[in-house]
Design a protein. Sequence first.
Lengths: 680, 192
Amino acid sequence: MENMEKFIFGKLTLDALPHLWYTIGATASILLMGIVFAIILTKTKLWGWLWHEWLTSTDPKKIGTMYLIFAALMFFRGLIDAGMIWIQQAMAADSTGYLSADHFQQIFTSHGDIMVFFVTMGIFFGLMNWIIPLQIGARDLAYPFVNSLGFWLTVAGGILINLFFVVGGDFANTGWLAPAPLSELEFNPGVGVDYLIWSLQLSGLGSLLAGINFIVTIIKERAPGMTLMKMPLFVWTSLCGMLLIITAFPVLTATTLLLWLDRFFGMHFFTTGFGGNQMMYFNLIWMWGHPEVYILVLPAFGLYSEIVATFSQKKIAGYTSMVIAALSITALSYLVWLHHFFTMGAGADVNSFFGIVTMLIAIPSGVQVFNWILTMYKGKVIFASPMYWFMGFVATFMLGGMTGVFMASPPADFQVHNSLFLIAHFHTMIVGVALFGSFAGITYWFPKIMGFTLNERLGKYAFWLWLIGFFVSFIPLYLLGFKGATRRLDHYAASTDWQPLYITAAIGFIIITCGILMQIYQLIVSIKERKLHLDTTGDPWNGRTLEWSTTSPPPHYNFAVIPTVSGRDPFWEMKLQGVQKGRRPGKDYPQKNYPEKEYSEKEYKDILLPKNTAMGIYISAFAFVFGFAVVWHILWLATIGLVGTIVCVIIISFDEHREYILPAAEVAQNEASIKSLVQG
Amino acid sequence: MEENIKVEDDIKVFGFWIYLMTDLIIFAVLFACFIVLRNSTFGGPSGHELFRMSSVLIETLALLTSSFTCSLAMFEIQQKRKNMATFWFAVTFALGMVFLFIEFSEFSELMDKGANWQRSAFLSAFFTLVGTHGLHISVGLLWIIIAIFRVWLRPLSAFNVCNIFRLVLFWHFLDLVWIFIFTVVYGTGHLL
């Protein structure tokens, strides 16, 4: 009988149901949101619309929007975690605060994983899905189905990382990288680490598929005339980031799988006994982890290059050196992983090598900063809100870069290793570079995505709240690090005099939260006032690259006729040549005239477009079932998940008709109706 | 159009090459772990005591031959000869099964000796590296069955031929990985 129960339920027992205040609360709110959502959809009869127009879509623009929404939802989860950490630390001088040590550990673990894997990567995948095809003059990604599959695998991973609220109650308490041997079965017998492992497996596979897809798209699908050295810099840095993904993410997959083999099959890769080697785990995980940092920031670098050129109304300074800088950062990022654990004691020679390579990264980064500043020099700079984010980024990037170079020196690193100084450093990089970059990018491309610009005034308020809040919360962490406060402290002695600084940091968090509320308010106001801010020209910022040559939002086929490219700023050149009449770059900002298409009806050709498919959802659902079953050791369910996944893959491999033809006549009709709509 | 389908130009084939690179990195990690843990036998048996080179040699020959027959199958598909293609795929499948059978019997023999993956870090790394390759071979075998169905059920259009070509690439890739396993795991294990 007991065997039977074990077979059916694995490690799952009634204890796994929610019984703590936060799991009950989270489960109840998830159920409540689900019910409300379902009622709204049923009342408005929008289920079919949601399924056919969005969930099963293979249009990169729709998948991009879904990535952005998904990342925004996960952002709130990560934000609540951050708030709980700060409040605990502000309270916990000579007291235990309001969280138990174990709960506190789970919170900082999930905060890290969610912010890195689902928020930052999600936002950039969203923007890349939207913008890369438009910038290279393509209609779609190379593999539309794989794109949908990658997104849904990421979602499956995102659900799995939150599922412990409903089933299990415990998340990993190991820190975001689950370092062995702490994450081994011996010290972590619960399922928290398994949830972490399988969530990363699913979302990691999704990222890998997206990485392959974007590389093939960028290499093979560019518009005629767009040579590699004519690609916009956002495309270049995204390509570099994607190259990092395809080389680094397999390492993550393999490493976490080895950890799982230790936990599930009793192997001894990283265990304390039987010849296991724990430092191998650190080496492997950081061999993925350091390139991952650049996966997060490289797309942001490219995006800033686009923004600074557009708003300075000048071409980017030193294009070639920017490309070389991005490629150098890509190459160097493989050779610095050991700087995360100089204290391992690998010896002076090894530490010196990795220290010097780490410092070398400052050179290409510096080249980029100088080029951005030189682009602004003698330009007619327009201080729109994306430009605010850009300037804020330059300031934080300087701070983060200098503290980074400081820590690249092993003797200095020994002093601040695993202290709050380190925490402050990498948050300066990830918040100040990647997150500010995504806000800049969203503000910049929002009119392209939605068809109207965001409210500028509120956007600037939000920026100031974010920037001030950021410094108020992280400068104290630098100081605390120097005073010896280590990371992941759930309480400390009042005699350390750390509490005022912790409280200041918590106040900074409140200011950041106000900034986020301001952004939400900005979004609501902008949607309400959208009639005032309609982007009828498709080019609200007087842009330079091809995405601005389409209407806002673009038709689902992106370009009625694929443009031919002759320079680095193709749209700017079109405007200069007067190909599209009524536009004078640099004179009347923002543009009021809709570009007159020069195409006659004869030039429209039949367009091949991808059909919708639900297979990405089915495969991800089976993969999710597999992941869940493996977490709980329910082997029959895991078999169902695995077989289901394989069968679905086989079925789709036989589906030859994944595309349909949009006839030229329909394209012409559609173009004409867009034109009349905008002009009327 | 009928005679020549340029599989090299297919965009999915290009992407598949990139996928193979990523898979290669997974194997690279496993190789690195194996090399690091090779001497961590923790008092248990070492590779020198365990490996029987004769069966490994047969295994290797079977896999190398299957790579050749797999290429023949692709050649026949390009020539639109369905019967011959099926025949060579069947031979490839049989050789792959021989390989898997020998691998399984080697594994079970080790387990009988008490040299299972829980015995030492060295054996964990050995079973994981060789087993991951074996898992890939199993996927390849499944794919061969599907490819035979594809040959019979579907026209030899560019879509299907390119799919089969990706299988052939995958199979050659596994062959290549095996050569490294033969060298790094069995070869050095036998010699050192």
